[in-house]
Design a protein around this ligand. Structure first.
Ligand SMILES: [Zn+2]
Length: 363
């Protein structure tokens, strides 16, 4: 099983068939050769140093990549690789190893000049300190992409300034983008998950699914540490909710075989009990576990008349659909699973309410 260009990822381990099964770590992939039409992979081989190969000469191996290592200094500069880029650690005085003047910068491989964004660390005490701090920051950036800083442009007309100030993010995954007021907003699939203030003290807060904000205690050493705290907070909460649910005593009954209930169009064997807050776009919702349905202290499933696909959207208690208002007095967080269902009204639930769903994405 050889690889395609898309499958090759930096910082993963591969075995190379054209080099007698030699193992190595992917440093970078890029279009190179004549007319930049060749798919190339630059690999640090465990024996014999780095070299170029093509994706079809490689197979993935399931083992952790070694930690990035700083190369031996050449003319005062040393380098390392992470996330598909090479970084250089050097002393900015140019006259020797002057303490307090160590920097780390991303190397460009196409001959273009460095921008401010290329500077990862400056003013570090020593070569080692610059390397370690850079690694700490770059590991976060592998998880959450941090977009270049944005400033208010003088050319933006007055009435468009507010729109311009707020970053527009249309990419999936975890991304941190700058507001022109000097803080970053952390997004997951385009939804706000938190904010980090970049000027000292560096502080962060979480944004819940209902738009409410909670400060994260403490100050952070750098922007990336604040961004990581936002990400970790959400991941921990998810793990907690998932584990909670598995240990909950609930009874999942069979779908009633009657005229009031539409037949299942999804495989019920794949159904799982999840918190409403963890329902993902496209999940098919089958049943709730209402308090009034409790028997002998156990929550029991109560099937909806028809299954429907959840398409979560922001919850607005003042929305005039007739459904949103019913949850307006709920004290905890509320999530809205969307209005694209047989009833064509919004579907608000307490964030921690249980639902029986068939996930859109099988795990
Ligand atoms: Zn509504």
């Amino acid at each position: 099983m050889t690889m395609t260009y898309d499958e090759v990822q930096p910082d993963t381990r591969v075995i190379c068939h054209s080099r007698g099964g030699l193992k190595g770590t992917v440093l970078r992939k890029f279009m190179g050769g004549k007319d930049k039409a060749e798919q190339l992979v630059y690999i640090a081989f465990d024996e014999g140093g780095p070299a170029h190969n093509t994706p079809e000469q490689l197979s993935p191996i399931n083992e952790p990549a070694p930690e990035p290592k700083l190369s031996r200094a050449y003319k005062g500069s040393s380098s390392f690789w992470i996330g598909g880029h090479e970084y250089e650690v050097f002393n900015t005085t140019g006259v020797g190893d002057v303490r307090g003047y160590w920097a780390c910068i991303r190397r460009s491989h196409d001959g273009t000049a460095h921008t401010n964004e290329a500077y990862i660390v400056s003013g570090a005490d020593s070569r080692k300190a610059a390397f370690e701090l850079a690694l700490e920051k770059l590991k976060v950036r592998k998880i959450v992409k941090i977009l270049p800083r944005r400033y208010m442009q003088v050319t933006v007309p007055k009435d468009e300034r507010d729109d311009y100030a707020y970053p527009s993010v249309r990419v999936d995954g975890w991304v941190a983008a700058w507001h022109t007021d000097g803080y970053v907003i952390v997004f997951e699939n385009g939804r706000e998950r938190g904010m980090v203030w970049a000027d000292r003290p560096i502080e962060a807060k979480i944004i819940g699914r209902d738009g409410r904000e909670h400060a994260i205690d403490g100050e952070f050493r750098h922007l990336e540490a604040g961004v990581l705290a936002v990400y970790v907070h959400h991941m921990k909460a998810r793990v907690r909710r998932a584990v909670d649910v598995e240990l909950l005593p609930v009874i999942v009954t069979e779908l009633p075989d009657d005229e009031d209930h539409a037949p299942l169009l999804v495989d019920p064997a794949a159904a799982r009990v999840v918190r409403a807050a963890d329902v993902a776009d496209g999940d098919t919702v089958l049943a709730s576990f209402p308090d009034y349905g409790k028997r002998e202290g156990m929550l029991r499933s109560d099937y909806f008349n028809d299954q429907y696909e959840a398409h979560p959207m922001p919850y607005d208690p003042t929305h005039g659909c007739g459904s949103c208002a019913t949850m307006a007095d709920h004290e905890g967080e509320v999530v809205n699973l969307g209005d694209d269902n047989p009833w064509e009204v919004c579907d608000p639930h307490a964030a921690d309410a249980l639902l029986l769903v068939v996930p859109a994405r099988r795990i």
